[in-house]
Design a binder for this molecule. Structure first.
Ligand SMILES: [Ca+2]
Ligand SMILES: [Ca+2]
Ligand SMILES: [Ca+2]
Length: 657
C-alpha cells in the first residue's frame, strides 16, 4: 500500500515538471492528469508544518475513513498547521479540485487556504473554505489554481485556536472536470444592454478555469472589478518606496506602486476590450500602516497631515501614470476614489490603525477628520484619464445616518466638479434591507443628479434549502425591479462574484450561479420580463452537451490510470497511436496536421492542454493551423468540448480523436 503511493507521487511529480527544463528530455506524450490522494492509513507523505513546530503523524485517535487520519499536534500559533506544496505537481493556469475531510477540536474555525509567493518575492494568502467545530466536515471540490508567475504554492489547513489539534483524512487533489456552461439561457449582460453595464468581480486565478471564464464572458463581461488586486495593500510597494527614498536624498513623500498582482487580469481585459472599475484608491482597510508612518517604516510615528497630502498626491499620480504607461489600451472607465469613509451614524471612523483595531482609519488618524476625502477626489480628478468617472463607494447606504452623510459630502464635491457618482456596494441579505428601503436610498442618491453604480451586489440567505433559494430569487427580483426603475441614473450593476463557492460569503450562497456553473433560481428571476430587453439568441447544443457531460464523468475516473513502476520507466509515456489527418477542419482556413497538437510541435502532451486552456479563456491566440489541430471534436469551433476530449486522450480514456 505504502510503496504504491510513493511511486504514484513520484511519477506525478515527474509529469508535473514537464513544462520546465525536463520538457526537452521527455517523450512527447505524458500524463496530463494530476491525481494525488492519501487516506492517511500509512503515511503523511508530502505534508510539512507551516510553523516548523508541528508534529504531523498518522494517528488512530480519530479517522473519517479507514482506521487512521493525519493528526497535527504541537501547534503554537493559529496559523500553524499542515501544508502541501502543489506547484511542483500541478500546472500553472490550470484548475484543480481539492477534496478532504477535516476536523479540529471544540468550537474553533478550521480553514483550508492557499499561499503563494509573487514575482516580487511577497507571500500572499487566500482562504478557500472555512468550517466550524469538532466534527468531521467535508471540503468538497474546492477549486485551486495559480498563474505562471508565482512560486512556492501551498495549500494548508489552519485553525483559529492554537491549542487545537487538526485532523485531516481522505485528501485528494486532481484535475478539475471540464463542465460545459449552459448555452441555452439568456445572457445577463444582453438582457440589460439597453439599461446599464452588467459586470462582476474576478481575479487572476479565475483565468485558469475555462468554464468559469466562459460563464463570465457570456453574462458579466460588461465590467470587471478586481476583487483584491488593485487595493492599496497590493498596489503600494514598500521595497520600491524605500529604494526611491534612498536614491532621492531621503525624500519620503513619494510612495511607489506596482500592478504585478493584477497583471494577468489587466492584460486579459486590455486584450479583450473589457471595461475595468478601479477599486480602490483611498480606504482605511487593506492599506499598510507604513504608508502613514515617518520614513515609510512599519513602526515609525504617524506623519503630519501636510506630508500625507504630498504622499497622497504622489500615490494617486503614480497609480494613474503607471497604468497609463503599462496598459495604454486598458479602459479603466471608473475609479472608487474613496471607499467606506462614513459610519452608519454618519460620523467619520475612529482614528487609528485598522491593523490594530478593525474599522479604525489611519486617514482619520493623520487628518483628524474626513477632510482627506476632498484631497483624494481633487488628485484623482487631476491625474485620472479625462473620460474616467470618479465614485465614492460604501456599504449600508440605505441606513439613514450614512445616506445623509454621503449625500451632503457628494453634493459638495459635485459643486466643485470633483465627483461623478456614488457606488452602492449592496452586500444584502434576504432579510435586510427590504427592497423598499433599498429603493428609497436609490431615490435619494438619484436626486443628487450624480450617477449611481451598484458595485458589489450579492444577497445572502441563511436558508439554503430549495425554498430558501426561491425566496432569494424573489428578493433579487425585487431589488432588480428597483434598480430598473432608476435605470436612467444607473450606469453599471456589478455582482460580487460569479459562483457561490468562490464568494467571500460562500456559506450563504449569495450569487446567481452554483459551484457547477449552473444558473440558480435567482438568475432566472432577474432575466424574466425585462421591458425593452433585446431579443435573446441562444445556441442549442443539447446533443454535444450530453457528449461533454460524458467527458466530465469519464475524466473523473482517473484513479485507475496506470503509472510507472519507477521514475525511470517510460511505461506511462509510451507514444499513443497518432494519425495524421489530412482533411481540413477547425473554424478557419488552417489544415490539421495532427489533431490535438495545439502547439504545432509534432506531439501531443500537457502543453497542448495548457495552450488550449489559454485560448479558450482568451489569453492566447492560435494560428489557423493550430485551430484546425485543436478542433478535435470536428464541429468547426474550438471550445470546452475539445479541451475535454484532449484531456480524455492524454489520460488514455480514448486512443484517437
Ligand atoms: Ca483514513
Ligand atoms: Ca503539441
Ligand atoms: Ca470542436
Amino acid at each position: 500500500m505504502k510503496s504504491k503511493k510513493l511511486k504514484k507521487l513520484s511519477a506525478l511529480v515527474l509529469a508535473g515538471a514537464v513544462t520546465g527544463t525536463m520538457a526537452a528530455l521527455m517523450p512527447s506524450s505524458v500524463l496530463a492528469a494530476v491525481d494525488v490522494s492519501n487516506d492517511f492509513e500509512s503515511n503523511v507523505e508530502g505534508w510539512t508544518g507551516r510553523g516548523g513546530v508541528e508534529v504531523i503523524e498518522v494517528s488512530d485517535e480519530s479517522a473519517h475513513g479507514g482506521s487512521s487520519a493525519m493528526c497535527v499536534s504541537g501547534r503554537e500559533k493559529s496559523w500553524n498547521g499542515p501544508q502541501f506544496r502543489i506547484d511542483e505537481i500541478c500546472e500553472p493556469n490550470v484548475e484543480y479540485t481539492v477534496n478532504a475531510w477535516a476536523k479540529s477540536e471544540w468550537y474553533s474555525t478550521l480553514s483550508l487556504s492557499m499561499e503563494y509567493t509573487d514575482s516580487a518575492g511577497d507571500r500572499h494568502y487566500s482562504n478557500l473554505k472555512s468550517v466550524q467545530g469538532d466534527q468531521w466536515t467535508e471540503f468538497s471540490d474546492v477549486k485551486v489554481s495559480f498563474t505562471d508567475e508565482v512560486t512556492n504554492v501551498y495549500i494548508y489547513f489552519e485553525c483559529s485556536d492554537a491549542s487545537c489539534k487538526i485532523y485531516v483524512d481522505d485528501f485528494s487533489i486532481k484535475d478539475a472536470p471540464i463542465i460545459p456552461i449552459q448555452e441555452d439561457i439568456p445572457s445577463l449582460k444582453d438582457v440589460y444592454k439597453n439599461y446599464f453595464k452588467i459586470g462582476t468581480a474576478i481575479g487572476p486565478p479565475n483565468l485558469s478555469s475555462p468554464s468559469f471564464m466562459n460563464l463570465f464572458e457570456k453574462h458579466f463581461s460588461g465590467s470587471v472589478t478586481l476583487g483584491n488586486e488593485m487595493k492599496p495593500d497590493y498596489v503600494l510597494d514598500q521595497r520600491a518606496t524605500l529604494a526611491y527614498m534612498e536614491e532621492n536624498s531621503g525624500d519620503d513623500t513619494n510612495p511607489q506602486v506596482s500592478f504585478e498582482a493584477s497583471k494577468k487580469m489587466l492584460e486579459y481585459c486590455s486584450k479583450n476590450n473589457i471595461p475595468v472599475r478601479g477599486h480602490t484608491l483611498v480606504w482605511h482597510s487593506q492599506t499598510p500602516d507604513w504608508f502613514f508612518k515617518e520614513g515609510f517604516s512599519n513602526d515609525g510615528d504617524w506623519v503630519s497631515k501636510e506630508k500625507m497630502i504630498q504622499r497622497m498626491e504622489n500615490y494617486i499620480k503614480n497609480v494613474m501614470e503607471t497604468l497609463e504607461k503599462e496598459y495604454p489600451d486598458l479602459d479603466i472607465y471608473a475609479w472608487d476614489v474613496v471607499n467606506e469613509a462614513w459610519l452608519d451614524d454618519g460620523k467619520p471612523r475612529t482614528a487609528g490603525s485598522n491593523n490594530v483595531t478593525n474599522g479604525n482609519s489611519a486617514w482619520v488618524q493623520v487628518f483628524g477628520d474626513n477632510s482627506f476625502i476632498e484631497y483624494a477626489f481633487k488628485f484623482a480628478r487631476q491625474y485620472a484619464p479625462k473620460d474616467c468617472k470618479l465614485y465614492y463607494n460604501d456599504y449600508n447606504e440605505y441606513i439613514d445616518g450614512k445616506t445623509n452623510a454621503i449625500i451632503e459630502m457628494a453634493t459638495d464635491l459635485k459643486e466643485k466638479g470633483l465627483i461623478d457618482g456614488i457606488g452602492m456596494q449592496s452586500h444584502l441579505d434576504v432579510s435586510f434591507p427590504s427592497a423598499s428601503q433599498y429603493k428609497k436610498a436609490l431615490e435619494k442618491f438619484a436626486a443628487t443628479g450624480l450617477d449611481i453604480q451598484i458595485t458589489e451586489l450579492d444577497v445572502t440567505t441563511s436558508d439554503t434549502s430549495e425554498a430558501g433559494l426561491e425566496k432569494q430569487a424573489q428578493y433579487y427580483s425585487d431589488i432588480f425591479d428597483a434598480i430598473v426603475e432608476y435605470k436612467d441614473n444607473i450606469s453599471a450593476v456589478v455582482l460580487w462574484g460569479v459562483t457561490d463557492d468562490q464568494s467571500w460569503r460562500a456559506a450563504k450562497l449569495p450569487l446567481l450561479f452554483d459551484s457547477k456553473f449552473q444558473a440558480k433560481p435567482a438568475f432566472y428571476a432577474i432575466v424574466d420580463d425585462i421591458p425593452d430587453a433585446p431579443a435573446v439568441t441562444t445556441t442549442e447544443t443539447s446533443e454535444t452537451t450530453e457528449e461533454s457531460s460524458e467527458i466530465t464523468e469519464e475524466s473523473s475516473v482517473t484513479e485507475e490510470t496506470t503509472v510507472s513502476e519507477t521514475e525511470e520507466s517510460t511505461d506511462n509515456t509510451t507514444d499513443l497511436p497518432i494519425e495524421t489527418v489530412e482533411s481540413t477542419s477547425g473554424s478557419g482556413t488552417g489544415t490539421a496536421t495532427l489533431l490535438g497538437d495545439v502547439t504545432c510541435d509534432g506531439g501531443i502532451d500537457v502543453r497542448d492542454v495548457t495552450l488550449l486552456n489559454q485560448y479558450i479563456v482568451k489569453m492566447a491566440d492560435l494560428s489557423e493551423d493550430a485551430l484546425a489541430n485543436a478542433d478535435v471534436i470536428a464541429d468547426g469551433t474550438v471550445d470546452l468540448k475539445d479541451l475535454g476530449q484532449l484531456k480524455k486522450y492524454l489520460i488514455k480514456v480514448i486512443d484517437k480523436f
